[in-house]
Design a protein around this ligand. Structure first.
Ligand SMILES: Cc1ncc(COP(=O)(O)O)c(C=O)c1O
Length: 496
């Protein structure tokens, strides 16, 4: 019978062999990699462990357990020639995970975390079970991946032109810059770059993936101009204009300007509209690295910061950061899909294309590609775009609360006048001694203590704690606990 799926009536699924009807081929013994009659037990066991993990993320942990002797012994064991069975192996895996850092915990404020959104985890397990390959024709999966790209474009407010799912911000940025390189030097794929003089631009706070991408693409990180930033650590568009003009006058070829929509270090959003003015005026590819910050463009409070985004040639956004889905899931959006095709297309003789159809591999770097879009698609379908917007808006609210608390607190200070997004660099001021050394030591102490996980950063030579809030599980008391724990451990450091 057809099943009801929300408002959509699904057609009957294709008949499939039941377990009871499974046939065994004569002459072959069963292989140990097959689960056979253990399948149900393994499935229930795995689900039980997933359920335990999810329940443990509902509340903060009182401490982070150290790596046990038992785990170290397991990690030292030689390659086993026979197995222990799936339930026993999964138990050990769960134990190892319990002794690992989990970004999904509500008081994980390090780097830029991810939340392991439960609905997306289930969809990911389903996608992995089918192990569909999105490199080539994949029937319905391809259609849905295209829809997920369109949904992501709509969510962040970028005009639909095309794009690709990738494994992360690094790869999305690399893919975008390969497209920009091909536009600047159309014959470079064949001839190389020896006869060219490329130059690229990004703020001094741009993520190191930009520098790495420039190096991998053979453009040379020495040709990456660091555009000065203002007091809010946003790119200065007038300085950008001057740099590009000077380079054009010198006969160099500007390949791309990379604006960051949410820098990794402080969450600053570069002025996209003013940068787009420069790029349009001087004919340079504009890429927006929104790996972390771009989902906030969907919110009413931070949305205005992203004005000008639709004018960019390309934009990257990591769904595994602020769309909460598990790694690895990033999206590169482009205004014109042809730019990706020109950069990546190869006519492999074993991948013949029907008229009017291009294999997805022709617009991206990877060959074998998992159906990573299904987790984002399922989560958007399950919860709706408003639910994501609300969760991001709450993270923004918590970040502003954290900033206000740092202003009010007698022993803490924020490094910046306000937080553009959800990163709030702040530091504790000890009663005496070196403030930088104190904050570096404090971050380390907090990581060992394990109640609250924050990482340190050094901004223009000033050491600080750098909490980042991108987890839908994080609540007000979690954010406030940063001060309680930091002050307790900071006081202990002072008296040690
Ligand atoms: C602004 C920005 N761009 C790119 C990246 C790289 O993303 P990924 O780690 O998914 O490769 C990051 C990672 O934090 C980032 O913050």
């Amino acid at each position: 019978m057809p099943r009801l799926d929300g408002a959509v009536q699904l057609p009957p699924r294709c008949p499939r062999p039941s377990d009871a009807g499974m046939t065994h081929h004569e002459g072959f013994s069963e292989l140990a990699v097959q689960l056979q009659e253990q399948r149900t037990e393994a499935l229930h066991h795995g689900l039980d462990l997933v359920g335990q993990a999810w329940r443990s993320f509902d509340q903060p942990r009182p401490a982070q357990p150290p790596i046990s002797e038992h785990t170290l012994q397991i990690a030292d064991a030689p390659l086993p020639s026979t197995g222990v069975g799936v339930p026993a192996a999964l138990d050990v895996a769960a134990h190892i995970l319990d002794e690992s850092l989990a970004h999904a915990r509500p008081r994980y404020f390090g780097y830029i975390g991810s939340s392991g959104l439960e609905s997306a985890v289930l969809a990911d397990a389903l996608a992995t079970s089918h192990d569909t390959n999105l490199a080539a024709e994949s029937a319905a999966a391809y259609v849905v991946e295209q829809q997920a790209l369109r949904w992501m474009a709509e969510f962040v407010g970028y005009p639909w032109g095309g794009g690709t799912f990738t494994s992360g911000g690094m790869q999305s940025n690399l893919t975008a810059l390969m497209a920009a390189r091909t536009r600047a030097f159309p014959s470079s794929r064949v001839d190389g770059l020896a006869a060219t003089s490329p130059v690229l631009y990004a703020s001094s706070d741009a993520h190191s993936s930009i520098e790495r991408a420039v190096e991998v693409l053979g453009l040379g990180s020495g040709n990456l101009r660091r555009v000065p930033i203002d007091g809010n650590r946003r790119m200065d568009p007038s300085a950008l204009r001057e740099l590009v003009r000077a380079d054009l006058d010198a006969g160099l070829v500007p390949v791309a300007v990379v604006a960051t929509a949410g820098t990794t270090i402080t969450g600053a959003v570069d002025p996209l509209d003013a940068i787009a003015d420069v790029c349009e005026e001087l004919g340079v590819w504009m890429h927006v690295d929104g790996a972390y910050g771009l989902p906030a463009s969907s919110t009413s409070t931070a949305g205005p910061l992203f004005a000008g985004l639709p004018r960019a040639d390309s934009a990257s956004v990591d769904a595994h950061k602020w769309m909460f889905v598990p790694k690895a899931c990033s999206v590169l959006l482009v205004r014109d899909q042809e730019n990706l095709t020109r950069a990546f297309r190869h006519d492999a003789s074993y991948m013949v294309e029907e008229e009017g159809f291009r294999h997805p591999v022709d617009g991206t770097l990877e060959y074998s590609r998992p159906f990573r879009s299904l987790k984002l698609w399922t989560a958007l379908r399950a919860h709706g775009a408003d639910a994501f917007r609300d969760a991001i808006e709450r993270n923004l609210l918590l970040a502003r609360h954290l900033h206000a608390l740092a202003v009010e607190h007698p022993r803490f200070e924020p490094l910046l006048p306000s937080a553009d997004l959800s990163i709030v660099p702040l530091r504790r001021i000890p009663s005496s001694g070196d403030v930088d050394a104190h904050n570096m030591a404090l971050a380390r102490e907090m990581q060992v203590d394990g109640r609250v996980y924050v990482t340190s950063a050094v901004i223009d030579g000033t050491a600080c704690l750098r909490p980042c809030i991108v987890n839908y599980r994080t609540r007000t008391e979690d954010v406030e606990s940063i001060f309680a724990v930091a002050d307790e451990l900071g006081t202990r450091l002072e008296t040690a």
